[in-house]
Design a protein around this ligand. Structure first.
Ligand SMILES: Nc1nc2c(c(=O)[nH]1)N[C@H]1C(S)=C(S)[C@@H](COP(=O)(O)OP(=O)(O)OC[C@H]3O[C@@H](n4cnc5c(=O)[nH]c(N)nc54)[C@H](O)[C@@H]3O)O[C@H]1N2
Ligand SMILES: Nc1nc2c(c(=O)[nH]1)N[C@H]1C(S)=C(S)[C@@H](COP(=O)(O)OP(=O)(O)OC[C@H]3O[C@@H](n4cnc5c(=O)[nH]c(N)nc54)[C@H](O)[C@@H]3O)O[C@H]1N2
Ligand code: SF4
Ligand SMILES: [Mo]
Length: 707
């Protein structure tokens, strides 16, 4: 038996683990078990059950293990695939890409890149190289269902998309956490270990944590902070009112503002519209409570703020993220001990790329358009296919059929594609429409470095992991698949060189921070611990505007202020009986893709019921277990009611990523299929934030009809 240090690549902490590998049979080493790595300098043995059970996924008999070609018609009820060789797969795909580009032009091939690719350093590079070589114009991904608002806002406010100030957990005495559920999801845009311990530490040293959320989340407790139960999709007004109050109460750090910001008068003008008294009924928090939170934040000795997907997915995630930075700035907490910091890690990625001062918008078939990190709005993917702009799609580590809005429309559109290539570890819902299905390695089977974490770590470190075992069957890493496709298409490819090294690009990146793979490999746990973030770095190397100041009212934000007023008026006009739908992650799913594992199929998580507050249930004469139709302006689903008094009345919640009925190739998942709640979400023009391309996924108005 040998022990190999590695790390989990399911979610952002990327917990360190030791893989116990049976090497008694030299031709086929097997991972027996994953255990937490207690000797890791940061994780110190923290890991969750999903990561530790990954061996189950590695060995899942329902995985895709060989390249497959669809052999029956695209419109048949159920796809039939036939095993083919890698050579035939590559040749076949390359020929079909060339044919569709010859017939419809070079732009006819599009890409969709899903979430797990973020944790896959060689795949990220490979897809970029492939997109550049093939001149991909229409690129989509999970980012616009997750976080593109943050990149768009940071680019405008700080002059770089790569600056996301993180709470100084170790020193802060106040944490305002909006739209996040650390206990379940382990935090996004802060790559930290054991977030609940960090919350407990704040409270136990006399500090305060406030979770702003429509639901009393699992993360909240006496020891880890209380919940301010906001109405969904209204955070931008809550944040504006906090700043309004702080200014009214004379609690701004004027010297800090003068030193570090410009355009502050425009910010004041913006927030003038949103006093606590004016927003109270819209956000569902009393003016008095807003005033208290404002006072607490401004007077804490180090106050920090974090905002996550619950706010990103609202209609104004870009403005909300801007106001998060403004809250931190005007109280003198941006770039201060105990406030929010820039943590460059081994290399200050904030400095990469020239500062964006030019207008990112251009005129497209669908009106004014921009890209964020290369990505177009996911909610226009269907339109790009239906209008004939895209005829072929390569989908890597993504499952748009279940993860994006509008499953029926997506399925119809995908059936019309001349070519759909799915690169995945599972035969997922999207692959039911595929022409080719290509088996990827999982993270036990590939080498990696946690480069994704650059700029997000309160306790920075870099970690290398080798492939813990050789790939099973004919699974291949994505870099290899793309490199073979490049060869098939006649482009230069890294595989042209006999001594190619897929990690060379990563080594090159490490060199920018005076590190190397060789050095990482020589360290215990293949890990180098780096210095903790220093407060002054935020302004000295983080902010990229030439004056090194924060822009308090960038052009991008100005574009959104009229819409902000319009949505406010809409919300004011809403009646009390309206129901708003939010998402609810659980411990037993990761988006759409860990549904086939026995260890995650617990009694409490065999499907995804509709959570309804008891008061709403009573008003609508609904009972626990009732089957109901949930209807929005965009679609209808059937669900079972479960009473949940953790919700704010008027809010209903459902877990996304379900809806596996009929995908019998996932035997366990299809036996406990659940329902795809994303059928209820808006899609198409008008269903995303034009500033950032983020899809509207929370606070969706629904009606419930008893059946
Ligand atoms: N177990 C598990 N862990 C995961 C994942 C998973 O699917 N399962 N997914 C991973 C991924 S891809 C990501 S991006 C991260 C996400 O990590 P988080 O952003 O922490 O995601 P959630 O746990 O969904 O928390 C979002 C919270 O926002 C609240 N919310 C909804 N609407 C609103 C609103 O309008 N305003 C406010 N203030 N709150 C709102 C919800 O009630 C919810 O508690 O989690 C990662 N970790
Ligand atoms: N209603 C609602 N919808 C949501 C969300 C929500 O909170 N509410 N959350 C959104 C968020 S935050 C995200 S990030 C998106 C996710 O959107 P997607 O990334 O499109 O969807 P996932 O379900 O994460 O699918 C990931 C796919 O990658 C595969 N996979 C896993 N590991 C690997 C690997 O190593 N290599 C390859 N090639 N494939 C792999 C899995 O089998 C799965 O098919 O969903 C979004 N959708
Ligand atoms: S929290 Fe769990 S799933 Fe996320 S990286 Fe750690 S072990 Fe993996
Ligand atoms: Mo995500």
């Amino acid at each position: 038996m040998k022990s190999i240090p590695t790390y989990c690549r399911i979610c952002e902490p990327q917990c360190a683990m030791i893989a116990q590998v049976d090497d008694s049979a030299t031709d086929a080493e097997q991972v027996i078990k994953l255990v937490p790595d207690k000797s890791h300098p940061v994780h110190k043995g923290f890991a969750c059950h999903k990561g530790l059970n990954f061996v189950e996924l590695h060995n899942d008999p329902d995985r895709i293990n060989f390249p497959q070609l669809r052999v029956n018609a695209k419109n048949s009820a159920y796809p039939e695939f036939e095993r083919i060789s890698w050579d035939d797969a590559i040749d076949g795909i390359a020929a079909r890409i060339q044919a569709l580009q010859a017939a419809h032009g070079p732009d006819a091939l599009g890409l969709y890149t899903g979430n797990p690719s973020a944790f896959n350093s060689t795949a990220r590079d490979a897809v970029r190289t492939f997109a550049r070589a093939t001149d991909i114009k229409y690129s989509f991904g999970s980012g616009t269902q997750d976080c593109t608002n943050k990149f768009a806002a940071s680019e405008a406010v700080f002059g770089t998309a790569n600056l996301h100030p993180i709470p100084d957990f170790k020193h802060t005495n106040y944490l305002l956490s909006l739209g996040s559920n650390p206990k379940i999801s382990h935090v996004s845009f802060v790559h930290m270990t054991n977030p609940m311990a960090a919350l407990r530490d704040i409270v136990s040293r006399g500090g305060k944590v406030r979770h702003v959320n429509p639901r009393k989340i699992e993360s909240a407790s006496k020891a880890t902070g209380d919940v301010v139960q906001i109405k969904p999709d209204t955070d931008v007004y809550f944040l504006a009112a906090l700043i309004h109050e702080i200014r009214e109460q004379g609690l701004c750090d004027d010297a800090w503002i003068v030193e570090h910001a410009h355009n502050i008068d425009h910010l004041w003008r913006f927030i003038d519209d949103y006093s606590a008294a004016k927003v109270a009924s819209v956000v569902g928090i009393t003016a008095a409570e807003i005033a208290v939170i404002a006072e607490e934040f401004a007077s804490a000795d180090g106050a920090s703020v974090h905002m996550s997907t619950g706010v990103n997915m609202g209609r104004q995630g870009t403005l909300a993220y801007w106001l998060v930075q403004m809250l931190s700035l005007v109280t003198g907490n941006l770039g201060k001990r105990g406030g929010n910091l820039y943590s460059p890690g081994y290399f200050p990625a904030a400095t990469v790329g020239k500062p964006k001062t030019d207008d990112p918008f251009y005129t497209s078939t669908f009106g004014d358009m921009r890209r964020v990190l290369g990505s177009l709005p996911g909610n226009l993917l269907v339109e790009h296919i239906e209008s004939g702009l895209i005829k072929g799609l390569v989908c890597m580590s993504g499952n748009p059929v279940l993860s994006m809005a509008g499953e029926p429309k997506l399925k119809e559109a995908f059936a019309k594609l001349e070519l759909l290539v799915v690169i995945d570890i599972y035969p997922n819902a999207t692959s039911l429409h595929a022409d080719y299905l290509l088996p990827a390695t999982d993270w036990l089977e590939r080498a990696d470095v946690n480069t994704l974490s650059l700029g997000f770590q309160p306790e920075p470190y870099v970690q290398y992991t080798p492939a813990v075992v050789a790939a099973k069957f004919e699974r291949q890493p994505e870099w290899w698949i793309y490199a073979r496709l490049m060869q098939g298409l006649g482009f230069p490819s890294e595989l042209d060189q006999a001594d190619h090294d897929p990690m060379a690009k990563i080594d090159h990146k490490l060199a920018k921070g005076n590190l190397s793979l060789a050095q990482l490999k020589s360290q215990p746990g293949y890990t180098v611990r780096l210095p903790d973030p220093e407060p002054e770095l935020l302004f000295s190397i983080g902010v990229q505007h030439t004056d090194q100041r924060v822009d308090c009212y960038p052009e991008l934000i100005a574009r959104g202020t009229t819409t902000c007023q319009q949505i406010f008026a809409e919300l004011q006009a809403e009646t009390d009986d309206i129901l708003k739908l939010i998402s609810l992650r659980t411990n037993y799913m990761v988006n759409s893709w860990m549904h086939n594992l026995p260890s995650l199929k617990r009694e409490v998580a065999l499907d995804n019921p509709l959570h309804v507050h008891p008061a709403d249930a009573k008003r609508l004469n609904l009972h626990e277990g009732d089957e109901v139709a949930v209807v929005s302006d965009h679609g209808e689903i059937i669900a079972n009611v479960v009473a949940d008094d953790d919700l704010r009345p008027g809010v209903v919640a459902m877990t996304h990523g379900w809806g596996h009925a009929g995908n019998t190739r996932l035997s366990l998942a299809s036996n406990h299929p659940g329902t795809n709640v994303n059928t209820l979400l808006p899609t198409g023009p008008g269903s995303f934030d034009p500033l950032s391309n983020m899809s509207f996924m929370t606070g969706i108005a629904v009606k419930i009809n008893a059946l």
